[in-house]
Design a binder for this molecule. Structure first.
Ligand code: FES
Length: 103
């Protein structure tokens, strides 16, 4: 009986850890960047969780499936930027840094 309880305790801890790790990891939307022509002064919220249907930007999907929050940024000038689609970039505003090549 003690063996069974230990086994069940192990399973409970295993799955709890798995769920917590899954919630901390972003979903890989795609393994390459997404080009966007940004406008000067407009606010952009880059999706960091990878669950948005409006990539590369946030649609609020993180509220139901992740603890990962979007990154909000404005740009001083209009230009074309390459936003991360794999959600593993280390760039602080969500621009591609080449991390997708290691996935
Ligand atoms: S698409 Fe994520 S780092 Fe390039």
């Amino acid at each position: 009986m003690i063996g069974l309880l230990s086994y069940l305790h192990f399973l409970a801890l295993f799955y709890a850890t798995l769920i917590i790790k899954t919630m901390d990891q972003p979903n890989i939307y795609q393994k390459n960047p997404i080009a966007v022509e940004v406008e000067a002064g407009k606010k952009y919220a880059w999706c960091a969780c990878g669950h948005s249907q409006k990539q590369p930007f946030c649609d609020g999907a993180h509220k139901t499936c992740s603890d990962i929050r979007p990154v909000v940024t404005t740009f001083e000038e209009a230009k074309t930027l390459w936003f991360c689609g794999c959600k593993h970039t280390k760039n602080e505003i969500g621009l591609c840094d080449g991390s997708h090549k290691t996935l």
